[in-house]
Design a protein around this ligand. Structure first.
Ligand code: ADP
Length: 246
């Protein structure tokens, strides 16, 4: 039925840097409202995959279907308008704008994402609510450059959410967060998924992956190695080998 149509279908995705095949035929589906983990050793192609899906890089092969339509090679801003956005491993906020202004700029960038026929509301409907949701309300009027790196990560997430994504890719959100911040952010990601946003989560921290994701794709050297649950992954000798060998 309609509920089983993937929001995103990646098939045979390839990305080359010179002669190097960073992605060498990666395939997976993300279902609506699903939290899919994308894991694998350093250099296996996780960030490249997000970079291609979100339009930072053009694919060299394969296809990306979003809501059944090809979007491979589409410019990042057009993808944002269609509902695909991401947060960055290393956030780069406008440092001399306030936290609130940073989110306002992002909301303006994603304005066309107030798509015809879609209700306002949800956490992204109101910037104050969005900042509260991510624990940034008391920092709203501070310059973004004054935030800690953990707070800058939350701001980056707020900026992405302000564009009202249907598919949100998050890259190493957990790195550098303390246990309390990790807990908060894991809960928030689950909440976003419950609200219907699909998440593609690149992450090294396996506890975080365990808490947040429904299912995993493991990459190795730009190829699919495994698809399934984390419980299944840790039983798979190929998965164990690439992680121990890394
Ligand atoms: P991961 O996120 O799994 O650690 P990446 O996707 O960042 O891996 O990188 C995969 C491989 O592609 C690495 O060997 C990396 O050095 C290479 N790579 C990534 N981006 C570029 C680029 N812009 N130019 C050249 N090589 C790149």
């Amino acid at each position: 039925g309609a509920a089983t149509v993937p929001l995103l279908r990646v098939q045979g995705l390839a990305k080359h840097f010179g002669a190097f095949r960073a992605l060498d035929g990666v395939s997976f589906d993300v279902m609506p409202g699903e939290v899919l983990g994308l894991v694998g050793p350093n250099g296996s192609g996780k960030t490249t995959c997000i970079n291609v899906i979100t339009g930072l890089y053009r694919p060299d092969g394969g296809s990306i279907l979003y809501q059944g339509r090809p979007v491979g090679g589409m410019a990042a801003h057009r993808l944002v308008h269609q509902g695909i956005n991401r947060s960055f491993q290393i956030p780069k906020p406008f440092k001399s704008l306030t936290v609130r202004q940073n989110v306002e700029v992002a909301r303006t960038y994603g304005q066309h994402a107030a798509r015809a026929g879609e209700a306002e509301g949800g956490v992204a409907g109101d910037i104050g609510e969005l900042l509260r949701f991510l624990g940034l309300e008391q920092h709203a009027d501070r310059m973004a450059g004054e935030l800690t790196s953990a707070q800058q990560k939350m701001l980056d997430l707020a900026r992405a959410l302000a564009t009202r994504p249907k598919l949100l890719c998050v890259d190493e959100l957990g790195a550098g967060l303390n246990p309390a911040e990790l807990d908060l952010v894991a809960g928030r990601l689950r909440e976003l998924a419950r609200s219907g946003i699909a998440l593609l989560v690149v992450e090294h921290l396996m506890d975080f992956v365990d808490e947040v994701t429904d299912r995993l794709i493991v990459l190795s050297a730009g190829k699919n190695l495994f698809a399934g649950t984390l419980a299944q992954a840790v039983q798979d000798p190929r998965v164990v080998e690439v992680f121990l060998g890394a």
